[in-house]
Ligand binder design. Structure first.
Ligand SMILES: [Zn+2]
Length: 402
């Protein structure tokens, strides 16, 4: 026996009395629950892009509602005795879904009628709703135009009604969506604006949608995904958007309308500082390399080894510049380590005749890590950054011994 769907006739019915036909234990995620089938129900199951209702059956809380063929299965948190039960639904949640869902019918109709952009799918999320439009990218004018046209129809408070007929009858009336199902179908009509086959729940006049707010549009495979929100949710989202803007303005010390200019200025400044810092690091590395070479004593064979570890304040790029500068001098080897993250850089003048990668390999045999490079420049990273100083000492010993 099929569950009679009370929301088909009256989507505003919040309470109902039904007969419990079965109540079987089942799992809901990791918690035990019961699956209840009723003879009739006002609770909407997840379908057609609209999420399920929440509510109560007697003392039991509804956790999920799903279609099972012609039946509706209500998943509840406790056993419900067979016989008569009083049901009610979470009205705030349902009204929100009805506003979003009806808004989607209207917005899709506007994109189709005015701009020839058919809707290929719809999703009602817990924060934002989306429709996927086929065709070329909708311009800002199209997004705003469809929103304005939909809001015009909302302000005209047009009637929204359910009609019943066959697929053929609806096709003759100009219904866009092709329907494969046989028999009598249900379609939702927005007076003078739209007729769509749909089994979902809708508000009874356009004014109850409240308002439609179209937000971003992004590419989604071959289609364009348009984000929108309706009714109370639109007010909530608009307020949140303003708070984000206000906070950004406050951080930038600018008025809200000047945020884009202030952000552009900050980006330009950042890019300028980045270039300056890079230039300064290179110059500093040159100077410090010169000083290090002067201070370094030559080994017996004339080799100069500059072995050094750097603390947390050093920049990784700085070690690179420093190693590169040192390796410009003949008979010079640089063995550098960074205590903050265990980075090692070994470099040499090409005519020094040692092998930096082989040296790094020998060090990594003693201290776990990974790395590699060329004969003249090798780079590695220790698993334990605290070993950086010991690793550099070992590298120096190995180099002088080899
Ligand atoms: Zn619908």
């Amino acid at each position: 026996m099929a569950t009679r769907r009370l929301y088909y006739d009256d989507s505003y019915q919040r309470e109902f009395t039904a007969q419990v036909l079965s109540c079987e234990p089942e799992m809901h995620g990791t918690t035990s629950a019961w699956a209840v089938v009723l003879d009739c129900s006002a609770l909407y199951p997840t379908s057609g892009g609209q999420p399920h209702d929440l509510g109560k059956l007697g003392d039991a809380n509804v956790l999920d509602v799903r279609d099972d063929g012609e039946d509706i299965v209500n998943v509840v948190d406790r056993e419900v005795p067979l016989g008569s039960v009083a049901g009610c639904l979470d009205w705030a949640r349902r009204l929100d879904h009805m506003q979003q869902h009806t808004g989607q019918h209207l917005l899709s109709a506007m994109f189709q009628e005015r701009y020839g952009r058919p809707t290929v799918s719809f999703h009602l999320g817990s924060d934002v709703c989306t429709i996927d439009l086929r065709g070329p990218e909708p311009t800002e004018d199209i997004l705003e135009g469809a929103e304005r046209a939909a809001n015009q129809i909302i302000s005209e408070d047009r009637a929204i009604t359910a009609r019943y007929g066959t697929a053929k009858e609806f096709a003759d009336l100009g219904v866009r969506k092709e329907v494969q199902r046989e028999g009598i179908l249900r379609a939702i009509e927005i007076e003078g604006a739209d007729l769509q086959p749909c089994g979902g729940t809708h508000v009874k006049s356009t004014a109850q949608i409240g308002v439609i707010l179209v937000r971003r549009c992004t590419k989604m495979r071959q289609d364009w995904r348009v984000e929108f929100v309706c009714g109370r949710r639109a007010a909530r989202v608009a307020r949140h958007d303003f708070q984000v803007l206000h906070k950004s303005a406050e951080l930038l010390g600018a008025a809200a309308e000047d945020v884009p200019t202030a952000v552009q200025r900050a980006i330009n400044e950042r890019d300028g500082h980045f270039k300056t810092a890079k230039w300064l690091l290179e110059r500093l590395a040159e100077l410090e390399a010169t000083a290090a070479l002067v201070a370094a004593k030559r080994e017996g064979n004339g080799l100069r080894v500059i072995a050094r570890t750097f603390d947390e304040d050093s920049q990784p790029e700085y070690l690179n510049h420093f190693a590169t500068e040192l390796a410009k001098s003949e008979k010079t080897v640089a063995l550098l380590g960074r205590i903050a993250d265990g980075h090692l850089i070994f470099s040499q003048h090409p005519e020094t005749g040692k092998d930096m990668t082989a040296l790094l390999k020998r060090v990594l045999e003693q201290f776990a890590g990974k790395g590699g490079g060329t004969r003249d420049f090798a780079r590695g990273k220790l698993n334990d950054a605290a070993q950086a100083a010991k690793a550099i000492t070992l590298a120096r010993e190995q180099l002088l011994a080899g």
